[in-house]
Design a protein around this ligand. Structure first.
Ligand code: 13P
Ligand code: SF4
Length: 308
């Protein structure tokens, strides 16, 4: 089957199985083309809440599909690549957060959405990279514990200096590997390019950027900007999508090393097989009981209430 034929089959199977396909922007272009919804973690959470289809197939990583399940418990939610997890989501345990809470019970615990459901269950509010600054500002409490990404946490601290924000040691191995030298090299090679970055990068890298924001924020900035060239400091797929969306502009990845191996586990044939599995049985389904959902969804709902 050619890529085109497989995409057509996927579109047919989506309708046959009454499935909506949600795609994170770190997926490849051939998957983006068959998406019902594509975007950053925040947009996909909101999209998941308002779907008419009875099944959701998520192309992304496990915590994203889990979030979709929490927001649409009456639907069956499937993940296209069973092994796709986010290493950051599993860096901390609920026991560790509970011990920090016991140490400083007056702090509001803010969890990046890149966390497991069991971690979300012991936090007060979730944030995504697009909503973190706005939500932390909106919280009544001035004392915050921000988990698990200390780089995104530093970005929030810088933008909300009036609050006392405690960080923990955690983060994204893909973004945290970017260095000041990578930025200097890219700027030397492309002196006219603006530098757009995801705030999961280290603070010294993010500080060199002309714009820092979520994957959707970076795409929107590049599309709107009058500039013609951009260095993209996040996963390679963002530069790939932008090349299709703005064929007259030039996009350079900050480094060829910006590949999230987990996001790249999903291929177009996986999406096709998952839809066959939804129809005939065998697709990887996210299973959560009502009690787990009730405990974990509170901080997602709080995020949507404060960030929407
Ligand atoms: P976004 O919320 O910007 O899509 O980021 C998700 C993510 O995993 C970034 O590494
Ligand atoms: Fe997780 Fe980093 Fe991959 Fe995003 S890029 S899913 S934070 S490992």
């Amino acid at each position: 089957m050619t890529v085109n034929e497989m995409q057509q089959e996927i579109v047919r199977l989506k309708a046959e199985t009454d499935t909506a396909i949600l795609v994170h922007s770190y997926q490849t272009h051939d998957i983006a083309e068959i998406a019902d919804f594509i975007g950053d973690s925040y947009k996909l959470s909101v999209d998941a809440k308002n779907l008419s289809q009875k099944n959701i197939l998520f192309c992304g990583v496990h915590f994203m599909a889990e979030t979709a399940k929490m927001l649409s418990p009456e639907k069956r939610v499937f993940l296209a690549a069973k092994g796709a997890g986010c290493p950051m989501a599993e860096q901390l345990t609920a026991e560790y957060i509970s011990s920090l809470r016991a140490e400083e019970p007056d702090r509001t615990v803010v969890a990046y959405i890149n966390t497991t459901a069991s971690l979300k269950a012991v936090c007060d509010v979730c944030v995504t990279s697009s909503s973190a600054v706005q939500i932390v500002k909106a919280l009544e409490n001035d004392k915050i514990l921000f988990i698990p990404d200390c780089n995104l946490g530093s970005f929030v601290k810088k933008n909300v200096p009036e609050k006392d924000i405690r960080l923990v040691q955690g983060g994204c191995p893909v973004h945290a590997a970017m260095t000041v030298e990578d930025v200097k090299r890219a700027k030397t090679e492309h002196p006219d390019a603006l530098f757009l970055v995801h705030p999961e990068c280290k603070p010294e890298v993010t500080e060199m950027a002309d714009y820092a924001g979520s994957t959707s924020g970076i795409i929107a900035f590049a599309k709107k900007s009058d500039a013609q060239e951009f260095i993209i400091g996040t996963e390679l797929s963002i530069a790939e999508h932008l090349k299709y969306e703005c064929p007259d502009k030039k996009f350079y990845p900050l480094s060829k090393g910006l590949i999230c191996p987990d996001m790249k586990l999903t291929t177009l044939p996986d999406v096709y097989s998952a839809l066959i599995g939804i129809r005939d049985g065998g697709a990887f389904e996210i299973e959560m009981d009502d009690e787990q959902i009730a405990k974990s969804v509170k901080c997602i709902n709080e995020m949507i209430r404060l960030g929407g």
